[in-house]
Design a binder for this molecule. Structure first.
Ligand SMILES: Cc1cc2nc3c(=O)[nH]c(=O)nc-3n(C[C@H](O)[C@H](O)[C@H](O)COP(=O)(O)OP(=O)(O)OC[C@H]3O[C@@H](n4cnc5c(N)ncnc54)[C@H](O)[C@@H]3O)c2cc1C
Length: 403
């Protein structure tokens, strides 16, 4: 039997691929969530009220049944026992596996501050948490979102769209610190502010103020921001504890090779929980949806006995924030000694980072028409001779032949 822990992007992609490759063998997917596979990426839009929760559903109970994939919903795996090739569930039941995939994803990280247990303080990773935020927002007028990464920014905008007065607080000097540089961060922050969100950067959250066990405010850099609810979005970490306890090699995530095999035979890992070979020749946890899907498919191929390798791609993000399209590929910050090319006009911003004649980072905001061709240069690692031409408005695929 194939056993998969986790029914997110990686776990579901793996289950479906296994069924394609192996029509017979039993497949069991275990998840502690009770909602069948849905898009986490859509949770902020659901909080905003743009769509009902059903719109985020990606694979129904009926479809899993049609594929002959058995789903253990609302069940928690408490141990992996590699010596016996079994996993133990919270109720004590043990399931045997021939091949196991650990696709347990991420969990939100909590900062070391007081008051996090108060009523009205939330994190956002699951549909259940989105539902709780929606219910709390219905009776609230003010909110503070802690952390201006992608999830924090999207959540702040979603709460503002529901009519709440929202303050977004970020410790670092800019919003979206992992996706953009300082100049682009300023453009994004301005657009967020135009949507009614107050943005505080370089601001340190010192604690949550409570009364009778419920939040009444967030203390930020010595100032008290009164609020009815707070969402903590300071980052996520791989949910790798099960693997660590089972003796698998774990650094930040579960260490896998390019076949997604862990340090133990017959155990694979994929998605946000896996620390895999990356584009720069090292290892990292990409924590992105498309990578989770691809790794799930590759792991499944290997579990089914068809050798397949995961081909790492540069860090990539394609999102829309406050109506502003944003695409970043590779290292958009750059290092001392890099050539940096920038073109900026209003909310349109384009930046290229060139290291030893190789384009290693591209950031396009607003006008993203050339993001495909420029991002392709990062992926191909091609040497560029006439770098100045790359920022020309007419630069396109035809120019690549001349490079
Ligand atoms: C609000 C939001 C916005 C996002 N926006 C983007 C975006 O724009 N672009 C992008 O690329 N990515 C985005 N992401 C990240 C993306 O959703 C993740 O990279 C992706 O979901 C990872 O998939 P996964 O299958 O590895 O893990 P997950 O989706 O986390 O699934 C893991 C599953 O395993 C279950 N599980 C864990 N431990 C156990 C256990 N012991 N027993 C049973 N079940 C267990 C969990 O409950 C969960 O259901 C966003 C995420 C959020 C929350």
């Amino acid at each position: 039997m194939y056993v998969i822990i986790g029914q997110g992007a990686a776990g579901t992609a793996a289950a479906n691929t296994l069924r394609q490759l192996d029509g017979k063998k039993a497949i069991t997917v275990i998840t502690k969530e009770t909602d069948y596979f849905y898009s986490r990426v859509d949770l902020p839009d659901i909080i905003a009220g743009y769509y009902p929760p059903s719109a985020a559903m990606l694979q129904t109970k009926e479809r899993f049944a049609e594929l002959g994939i058995s789903c253990r919903m609302g069940e928690m795996v408490t141990a992996i026992i590699p010596e016996k090739k079994t996993v133990r569930l919270a109720g004590g039941e043990c399931l045997e596996y021939e091949k196991l995939l650990v696709a347990t994803g991420s969990v939100p990280v909590l900062p070391p501050i007081t008051g996090l247990e108060a009523k009205g303080v939330y994190t956002l990773w699951t549909m259940t948490q989105a539902g709780a935020i929606i219910r709390a927002a219905a009776g609230a007028r003010t909110a503070v979102v802690i952390g201006a990464g992608l999830i924090g920014v999207k959540t702040a905008l979603a709460l503002a769209a529901r009519g709440l007065a929202v303050t977004l607080v970020e410790k670092l000097p800019r919003v979206l610190p992992r996706q953009v540089d300082a100049a682009a961060g300023a453009i994004v922050a301005r657009r967020i502010a135009e949507k009614g969100v107050a943005v505080m950067t370089g601001a340190v959250v010192e604690g949550i103020a409570t009364e009778d066990g419920a939040i009444v405010g967030v203390k930020v850099s010595g100032q008290m921001l009164a609020c009815d609810l707070a969402v903590v979005a300071v980052g996520v970490r791989p949910e790798a504890e099960l693997a660590r306890q089972a003796g698998l090699e774990v650094r930040r995530g579960i260490v896998v090779d390019r076949f997604l095999q862990t340090s133990r035979p017959d155990i694979y890992a994929a998605g946000d929980v896996a620390e895999a070979p990356d584009f720069s020749g090292g290892y990292s946890v990409p924590a992105r949806w498309p990578v989770a899907v691809e790794q799930g498919q590759v792991a499944a191929s290997n579990m089914a006995g068809r050798k397949a390798a995961y081909l790492p791609v540069p860090a990539m993000n394609a999102v829309e924030v406050a109506g502003l399209p944003l695409i970043s590929v590779g290292d958009v910050e750059g290092e001392p000694g890099d050539d940096i090319l920038v073109s900026a006009q209003g909310d349109n911003y384009k930046k290229l980072v060139i290291r030893d004649k190789i384009v290693c980072g591209v950031l396009c905001i607003g006008d993203i028409r050339q993001a495909g061709v420029l991002g392709g240069l990062v992926i191909r690692q091609a040497e560029v001779r006439a770098a100045g031409r790359l920022l020309a408005p007419e630069f396109g695929f035809a120019d690549l032949l001349a490079m």
